[in-house]
Design a binder for this molecule. Structure first.
Ligand SMILES: [Fe+2]
Length: 372
């Protein structure tokens, strides 16, 4: 099944300047502040780093109610463009003018989320932390706290999901989401977010849910470019890596994240995503397009792959991305199971995890440098 959104989408409004309801409320409002400070100009004019020309934004107090975006404290905002010739297009901006005036994080306010939202937003935290930890921008002020956020998420997300009234678990998850957001505000993100933005633009599924499906795939794709980093992540994920070489430990990280997301109810693939609390699939601008199973033909995968290539998050990824590589990762997220794809004989030419592409390292855990 395929559909052509550029033909079918109604215009959001005359100017296309309204940030879409498809993005989290806090994120949306910070995009709106940038618009307000620029006399109502089209928000699509601000797709860049620090694109604001005036910093005189309206005051904004942000009260966080999830364990994921960290948007109450970051300079990032995300807009789903449903009206310009580029639509559907979900883009991210980083702008110092978007930082809120005051942010409030109280775990009690996160305890009434639907359990699925605790899980999904927790996957977003894992995405932020892991992308920052393995990314091209390695900065001593961010990489240690990124790893700490991975550890906090590993240790608390299951409990927070299934017992959201557990104050300690929720408090730790709030710290994790806040810490991961602080990390990526400097260390930036990678293609997991590019992947998530692309599928959300076309199907409007929850950002954190997208990330949950994408986590094992992107860790697998990136592993050859940063095997030591993924070995560190394995330890943060609670794996005893003594006696493992670097590739084995890096593989164990992928196995651990699969266990985490599946324990927290993540579907194996996007095609298995059904109704969930607060779902927007098949609603609003997407009515009649996404109310059944998510499916994409090769033509649509190509469009989403090109969407990924142009995403602001892609340059921060530790491994270069190609359109063909993006399509294979997208196809895998769309239809396949989460099994670790690091063994011989499975898509190694594109996924690049064959022994000749980074898996020959025999350094053991005790010989590896410790996490920064
Ligand atoms: Fe995110």
């Amino acid at each position: 099944m395929s559909w052509t959104p550029t033909r079918r989408f109604p215009r959001a409004n005359a100017t296309g300047s309204s940030p879409s309801a498809a993005v989290p409320r806090t994120t949306r409002r910070r995009g709106a502040r940038v618009v307000a400070a620029h006399d109502g100009r089209n928000v699509n004019e601000f797709q860049a780093l620090n694109a604001s020309e005036t910093l005189d934004n309206p005051a904004h107090i942000a009260i966080n109610t999830t364990v994921g975006t960290g948007s109450e404290t970051t300079p990032a905002y995300v807009i789903t463009d449903l009206s310009s010739p580029n639509a559907p297009h979900k883009w991210v901006g980083f702008d110092r003018a978007a930082i809120t005036t005051l942010a409030i994080n109280d775990p009690i306010l996160c305890m009434t989320q639907p359990p699925e939202y605790v899980a999904y937003t927790g996957f977003d935290t894992m995405a932020h932390a892991s992308e920052c930890y393995v990314g091209r921008v390695q900065h001593l002020s961010t990489t240690p706290i990124a790893l700490a956020a991975i550890r906090l998420t590993q240790e608390n997300l299951r409990e927070a999901t299934y017992n959201p009234k557990n104050y300690k678990a929720m408090e730790q998850m709030v710290w994790a989401q806040y810490t991961a957001a602080q990390a990526f505000s400097t260390g930036l993100l990678g293609i997991l977010h590019s992947l998530s933005h692309a599928v959300c633009a076309y199907y409007d599924i929850h950002h954190g849910l997208n990330n949950g499906v994408g986590l094992p795939r992107v860790w697998t794709y990136n592993q050859p470019a940063a095997p030591e980093r993924y070995a560190d992540i394995a330890e943060a994920m609670g794996v005893d890596t003594k006696g493992m070489n670097v590739p084995q430990a890096a593989d164990a990280a992928i196995e651990a994240v699969i266990r985490l997301v599946k324990d927290c109810g993540c579907p194996e693939s996007w095609s298995q995503v059904g109704e969930y609390p607060k779902t927007r699939m098949g609603k609003g601008h997407y009515e009649g397009k996404t109310n059944a199973a998510i499916q994409s033909d090769d033509d649509e995968l190509q469009k989403m792959a090109e969407h990924m290539m142009g995403d602001l998050c892609t340059p921060g990824n530790p491994r270069d991305l190609t359109v063909d590589g993006a399509k294979e990762v997208l196809r895998d997220c769309m239809y396949d199971g989460m099994a670790v794809k690091t063994g011989n004989g499975y898509r190694q030419n594109i996924w690049g995890v064959a022994p000749e592409m980074g898996r020959r390292t025999q350094q053991t855990a005790s010989e590896r440098p410790g996490p920064q």
